[in-house]
Design a protein around this ligand. Structure first.
Ligand SMILES: Nc1ncnc2c1ncn2[C@@H]1O[C@H](COP(=O)(O)OP(=O)(O)OP(=O)(O)O)[C@@H](O)[C@H]1O
Ligand SMILES: [Mg+2]
Length: 493
């Protein structure tokens, strides 16, 4: 059974129960206020004109009327009148008989001196024999019959019953009130039903449609229901799920794309040295290298290409392992300043050989401990310095290494006065296989993996790496590493 039907049934149920309760309440109230179940039964038979008497009273009244018509003088008989009054009193009514302006009999039920004045004047046609009158706050209903005694004197007999004035009012208003009340109940139920269906059922339908769309693989939509209730929360959770799915699909597509690109780049980069190795070997085989010098040259070239190939395969292997997060970092406490000292010492011969003046500037001047994988960090430094050596075009070659520290991080900078990097290339140089100069076979060589590897390593340490460069002036590569020691322990801090 759908929620809509359940709601409809429950509201209809509530409506029926309310109506029943209302009818029961009204019945009980009437009985309580009039003290008579029959008056409730007669409720709708009588409208504005009240039928004042019950069946029993009515039959007594008819008897009295019969007497008044046929034996009017018997209505002067106090004994007879007392008997009738007694019968009337058992049903909580009373008798009143008058002759001209004199009272012949007044039931003890009333004991109202004003009663006489309140009664209607003689009406010998008896055109209105049932009516009501008030004495102050008290409200009476009566049936009367006017007649003539045998001596011609006017007489009147009244069967009177006191009623609650409220009963009269409610009798008048009840049909309208009931109608309005039922109307209000029905409208309120309809409005509630509409409100609940709009705020619950509709959003649920929307969610179901969205789930259907996701099932069909369509994630390109946005679910925004602005409600703060549980449905709103459900919608929010659903929307988060959709976004996550969308992200993971995007990521998968991106991965797929970059895998294709990686394979094509690898094949290209492997083919280049292999083609030239093949070319030189063919040269030897065809007897092109016909002198020992030529032969030596060919073999040297083949050897260099094989070394390049080996280096490329090695870099590719490392890069893909880092990319797949398959490389374990063997972390240890490292003092970054002495680590840089060692690296520069190791390369001192290379710097001298290439005529590069190295300026190692430990501005922070202290011991700064970081947690790092020494071997990988060294690889990073060598890749960065390697680039500075490779892309150095000035006569006065300079490389500055400097170290700065704040309480949380140490920042290492490698600044050279080489070619610099074109502005548009700067955002890409950490991408794998990216090389700023268009030709891959230029004298500087390289596969474009050096900085990609450096970034994987630094990010693997929780740090970041970036570059600042000016074309023709030089390049600065920075990386940061998180400090381990309490700054209070450092000399500088
Ligand atoms: N110090 C630098 N000066 C000028 N250009 C640089 C410098 N460092 C990097 N680049 C530019 O960024 C590109 C990417 O550098 P990366 O180290 O990743 O690749 P590569 O040096 O070309 O090859 P590999 O390092 O794999 O041998 C380089 O091709 C070069 O164009
Ligand atoms: Mg490089």
């Amino acid at each position: 059974m759908s929620i809509r039907i359940k709601l409809l049934l429950s509201y209809t149920g509530m409506l029926v129960i309310s109506l029943l309760m209302f009818a029961l309440g009204a019945g009980l109230f009437t009985i309580a206020s009039t003290g008579d179940i029959r008056s409730f039964r007669e409720f709708y038979k009588v409208h504005y004109r009240l039928n004042p008497l019950t069946e029993q009273e009515e039959s007594i009244f008819l008897e009295l009327k019969y007497l008044a018509k046929n034996e009017p003088d018997s209505l002067l008989d106090k004994k007879l009148l007392s008997d009738y009054d007694f019968k009337l009193r058992t049903v909580r009514a009373g008798l009143y008989v008058r002759r001209e302006s004199n009272q012949v009999f007044e039931s003890l039920t009333f004991k109202q001196p004003e009663l006489e004045n309140a009664l209607p004047p003689y009406d010998m046609d008896n055109s209105q024999i049932r009516n009501t009158f008030n004495i102050g706050e008290r409200f009476y209903a009566y049936a009367k019959f006017d007649f003539k005694f045998t001596d011609g004197a006017k007489g009147g007999v009244f069967v009177i019953r006191e009623r609650s004035p409220f009963a009269e009012l409610s009798r008048k208003l009840l049909p309208t009130l009931s109608f309005i009340l039922i109307g209000v109940l029905v409208i309120a139920n309809l409005l509630l039903y509409r409100w609940i269906t709009r705020s619950v059922v509709k959003p649920l339908h929307l969610l179901r449609d969205s789930a259907e769309r996701i099932k069909e693989g369509n994630l390109q939509f946005k679910l925004d229901l602005h409600s703060k209730d549980e449905i709103g929360q459900l919608n929010e959770a659903f929307e988060n799920m959709r976004q996550r799915l969308q992200q993971s699909v995007d990521l998968r597509l991106q991965d797929e794309e970059s895998r294709k690109e990686l394979i094509s780049n690898i094949s290209h980069d492997l083919r280049t040295p292999i083609t030239s190795i093949k070319g030189y070997i063919e040269g030897i085989r065809d007897g092109v290298a016909d002198t020992p010098e030529k032969m030596d040259k060919y073999v040297d070239i083949i050897y260099t290409k094989a070394v390049d190939l080996d280096k490329l395969v090695d870099e590719l292997f490392l890069y893909s392992k880092l990319d797949l997060k398959q490389v374990k970092f063997s972390m240890e406490h490292v003092d970054i300043a002495s680590f840089l000292d060692d690296c520069i010492d190791e390369l001192r011969y290379t710097f001298e050989d290439k005529g590069i003046s190295i300026d190692w500037d430990d501005q922070a001047g202290g011991k700064f401990e970081v947690i790092a994988d020494l071997e990988k960090l060294k690889r990073t430094v060598l890749n960065i310095i390697g680039n500075s050596l490779k892309y150095m075009d000035k006569d006065d070659k300079q490389l500055t290494v400097s170290l700065q520290a704040d309480p949380e991080w140490v920042t290492v900078e490698f600044r050279d006065n080489g070619t610099g990097i074109p502005e548009e290339a700067v955002p890409h140089i950490f991408e794998r296989f990216y090389r700023a100069e268009p030709s891959r076979n230029s004298s500087t060589g390289g596969s474009g993996l050096g900085l990609a590897i450096a970034r994987q390593i630094i990010e693997g340490h929780g740090g970041s790496i970036w570059v600042k460069s000016e074309l023709g002036v030089g390049t600065s590569v920075f990386f940061t590493l998180k400090r381990t020691t309490n700054p209070g322990r450092d000399r500088s801090a």
